[in-house]
Design a binder for this molecule. Structure first.
Ligand code: ADP
Length: 872
């Protein structure tokens, strides 16, 4: 092949056009080949050789290829690198192509095998076990806007879970941060609104169409039974389903009935909060160092995925949280039950994902085997638990979901072998005794195999060649092989053997009897394969028909795994069951930070537990003290405790009373976010603005050194104003860490604000950080001592000390940085100024378009203005 137009090239280009910007895997024999720029890109990502084809005939074409049997690994790497791939496979055999060419009158030598894009492989539409991380959901999301409301449809097609939600445009980023999709689809008129999305025709995002598709998919007349969906949700669902149809070339993967994500029953957190709390990934980007890594004790992948979901969307609903907590408590107080349960769960296959593959038409016999074993185990877990007394309500509601598959399990137990293979085309997965005619076919080929073994023995005797062997390969089928030196005996015209192939050192022959037996094997083998295939289809169809019940079983098991894992973690770390209340108290005794504590424990250090008591009369704590003193850690541990509690788990503390939090905010001053192209300080302010406009009196806010990213004066001024605004307007619970001593003056003006600090001591010239929270303002900042600790040389620190002395003498004279702040009018008074209404007469006049007025209108307006002037 070369750049010149050959029929193959034409076919390639036509397919490439359909591939819409994806890399095209073009099937040629046992390889998927890539050409042109695709080849260059793939070769560099995969680190494989880039070659060229058609060097002698015109422009050489850059190409590279991957073997079909190893394609999955290469696909995984391409997807990870952000590529999308279209798979163009051969959809007819070379034989069929020749016959077609004959019919069409083209010379058969020119017959080109038909190829088609059979599938798109994209980050959000994977189902293959090898391409998925077992402990992470793989989300795909479609987003659109209908009349000012954003609709988001998200699903994990590896398990078929689908969730619809709608939100204000202002909350789009927060919602998407929660979903954490690996691929996002938007209508094509959204260009530039979100980064890195896949654009699809706007017409795919119709709400009527979405509704119709959902109804057809789930065979219902109305969607009411699934939930209350608005137009934006349905439109997004339409976009999602069309996209899935597109990438599956008409085949849809497993999609369970959609659920509505109810915003108000969940603790809301925006993108910045999620990132700064390092819930599922640490700031470095990996799971290591994240909250989930420190607490995940699930023994199944599905459990770990459920835990991630719980932590991404903690609840705001007393009853639901208490329900989960009661189950954790039940498993916490009975360590033996917990250990037994976890032992059983540990061997449980990932039913949810196996189901996903079967429904998507990519299931293997092994997947069916996993579903069979998983469902059988589920029933055992149910029976085991239903003998236990005093079961909590949540468990009681899960138990019935774990049974009811008796007939299906029984069928699959009879039909499938104990450990079915991952390959379907070679058969061997239907158990003996399930299908008499299949057994017979197998017997025929078994007999023939034995006959061949007998033939080998007879031929050895007859010819006297002890090294004679009957072998099999893909090209010749069965043949007789003897070393070259014995070949003459068999070559004799009346020997009964016919020559087939001469190799180096060996010669191969056929015989009539061998030919007959081989024929029997291949015929019976072909029939047996076809029979197994038919059974597979039937079993898969039964699984597909029961998909909702199977998915419900998988969900019930993962909830139990999550609860048992949380109980295990709590027992391990001596955690407590939080008391949830409807008030606005946050009273944590002996709180700890699970990630920092684990890191310290590894180094053999002890974590110092600290209390936090926020009540309506004392709801804003200003926390000072030296750098490295533990301020950030304290702030975050309290936010994490709220999050863990509202996700329905135990918390790292001696006791915790938590008045339900509606929104959780976490901000760190001047965090690096240059990737988004905004200056760090700008980001800090944008994020702080969001808190001031969104936090309610039920929210919990932690602000870490806000104001740090600008000059001292600006920073102090902003920090001051932010604290005042949070105190006066938002009236939320808030922890504010700062190194501005000057802010301590706010304690005189804000009655629900109190001062605290992390303790430190200087001992023999060295700084000792106690990581202990104490009441009252920090006495000094210990900045120079921290600098020493960090390895700044003695000379530099000494010089800094003399500069500091000078500054402090100046401060004493002028009253310092915050001199005069005491005279500022109160925050509320400043606000009143701001809100003063403008002059209505002026406003009216400036709005007028005089040229557009009729004389009569002008006169009327004149009267109106006079009235307005008189009334002000
Ligand atoms: P700051 O915000 O005051 O600069 P950090 O919270 O970042 O300080 O804490 C600095 C380091 O101190 C942490 O990385 C941790 O190793 C240690 N640390 C913090 N809090 C504690 C604690 N309560 N007990 C023990 N060590 C702590």
């Amino acid at each position: 092949m070369s750049g010149k137009t050959t029929p193959m090239m034409e076919q390639y280009h036509a397919l490439k056009q359909q591939a819409e910007g994806c890399l095209l895997f073009y099937r040629m024999g046992d390889f998927f080949e890539l050409f042109f720029d695709d080849a260059k890109q793939a070769a560099s990502i995969l680190d494989i050789a880039l070659t060229a084809r058609g060097k002698d005939s015109g422009d050489p074409v850059p190409m590279c290829g991957v073997p079909v049997h190893a394609a999955e690994g290469y696909l995984a790497r391409l997807i990870k690198a952000g590529c999308r791939v279209a798979i163009a496979d051969q959809v007819e055999t070379p034989e069929q192509a020749k016959q077609r060419a004959k019919r069409e009158g083209t010379p058969s030598s020119k017959a080109l095998v038909k190829r088609d894009i059979v599938r798109f492989v994209t980050a959000g539409t994977l189902t293959e076990e090898a391409l998925l991380e077992p402990r992470r959901a793989n989300m795909l999301a479609a987003v659109c806007e209908v009349r000012g409301s954003i609709g988001i449809a998200s699903c994990d097609i590896s398990t078929g879970r689908m969730v619809l939600e709608s939100c204000d445009p202002g909350n789009l980023h927060a919602a998407l941060a929660r979903v954490g999709a690996s691929e996002i689809i938007t209508p094509d008129d959204w260009a530039g609104r979100l980064e890195d999305t896949i654009s699809r025709p706007k017409s795919d995002f119709g709400s009527d169409d979405g509704e119709r598709r959902l109804k057809t998919l789930h065979e219902v007349k109305t969607l009411d039974g699934f939930g209350d969906f608005d137009r934006a949700m349905l439109a997004a669902a339409g976009g999602l389903i069309s996209y899935l149809e597109h990438v599956g070339r008409g085949d849809l993967p497993l999609l369970l009935p959609p659920r509505v994500r109810a915003g108000e029953s969940q603790l809301s957190m925006d993108e910045a909060t999620r990132a700064s709390l390092e819930i599922l990934t640490s700031q470095q980007g990996g799971r290591q160092g994240s909250l989930i890594a420190a607490i995940d004790r699930c023994v199944t992948g599905a459990g770990a995925r459920q835990l991630a979901d719980d932590l991404s969307a903690p609840l705001c609903d007393m009853a639901a949280i208490s329900g989960r907590l009661a189950l954790v408590h039940y498993l916490h107080q009975d360590p033996l039950l917990r250990a037994d349960l976890r032992d059983v769960l540990r061997s449980l296959p990932d039913i949810g994902r196996a189901l996903g593959r079967v429904v998507a038409g990519r299931g293997s016999p092994r997947d069916l085997g996993q579903i069979r074993d998983g469902l059988a185990e589920a029933r055992r877990v149910r029976d085991f638990l239903s003998h236990k007394p005093d079961r909590p309500v949540l468990l009681e509601s899960l138990l019935p979901l774990m049974g009811g598959h008796g007939a299906l399990v029984d069928l699959m137990q009879r039909a499938l072998v104990a450990a079915p293979p991952t390959e379907r085309q070679n058969g061997g997965f239907i158990a003996e005794g399930y299908d008499a005619s299949l057994d017979e076919l197998r017997q025929v080929s078994g007999n023939a195999r034995r006959a061949i073994a007998a033939l080998e023995a007879r031929y050895r005797d007859d010819t006297g060649i002890a090294s004679l062997k009957i072998k099999h390969n893909g090209v010749l089928g069965y043949f007789i092989e003897v070393p070259a030196r014995h070949a003459d005996t068999l070559m004799a015209p009346d020997s009964g053997f016919t020559h087939r192939q001469t190799m180096k050192g060996a010669v191969r022959f056929n015989s009539l009897s061998l030919h007959e037996e081989a024929g029997r094997i291949s015929e019976a083998g072909g029939h047996a394969l076809a029979a197994e295939e038919e059974h597979f289809e039937m079993l898969a169809a039964q699984v597909v028909a029961a998909r909702q019940e199977i998915a419900a079983t998988a969900d019930a098991l993962s909830r139990i795994d999550v609860s048992a894992g949380q109980a295990e973690r709590a027992a391990e770390g001596d955690w407590c069951r939080p008391q949830i209340s409807e008030d606005t108290v946050l009273a944590i005794v002996g709180g700890r930070h699970p990630v920092v504590e684990a890191a310290l424990a590894q180094a053999g250090d002890r974590f110092v537990a600290n209390d936090c008591t926020l009540v309506p009369e004392d709801r804003l704590w200003l926390i000072g003290g030296p750098n490295m003193g533990g301020k950030s850690t304290f702030l975050r541990q309290n936010a994490l405790i709220v999050l863990l509690a509202q996700a329905g788990g135990y918390v790292p503390a001696e006791s915790a009373q938590i008045g339900l939090v509606d929104r959780l905010f976490s901000r760190v001053g001047a965090s690096d976010n240059l990737a988004r192209g905004r200056s760090t300080f700008m980001v800090e302010m944008v994020e702080t603005a969001a808190i001031l406009s969104q936090a309610t009196d039920r929210s919990f806010v932690i602000l870490d050194e806000v104001g740090r990213g600008t000059s001292t004066y600006d920073g102090l001024a902003l920090a001051w104003a932010v604290v005042e605004a949070v105190h006066e307007n938002n009236r939320c619970r808030c922890l504010f860490a700062t190194h501005y001593h000057e802010l301590s003056r706010l304690a005189d003006r804000c009655d629900a604000l109190s001062l605290h600090h992390v303790r430190a001591r200087e001992w023999k010239g060295d700084l000792v950080l106690l990581h202990e929270l104490a009441n009252g303002p920090a006495d000094r900042s210990y900045g120079l001592a921290v600098a020493r600790l960090a390895g700044i040389s003695k000379q530099v620190v000494a010089r800094a000390k003399s500069v500091l002395d000078k500054l402090e003498r100046g401060r004493a004279k002028t009253g310092g940085l915050a001199a005069g702040l005491g005279d500022l009018p109160l925050f509320a008074a400043v606000q009143a100024d701001d809100d003063e209404p403008g002059d209505p007469v002026r406003e009216k006049l400036s709005e007028l378009d005089i040229d557009a007025l009729s004389p009569r209108e002008a006169l009327e307006i004149l009267y109106e203005i006079k009235r307005a002037a008189e009334s002000t």
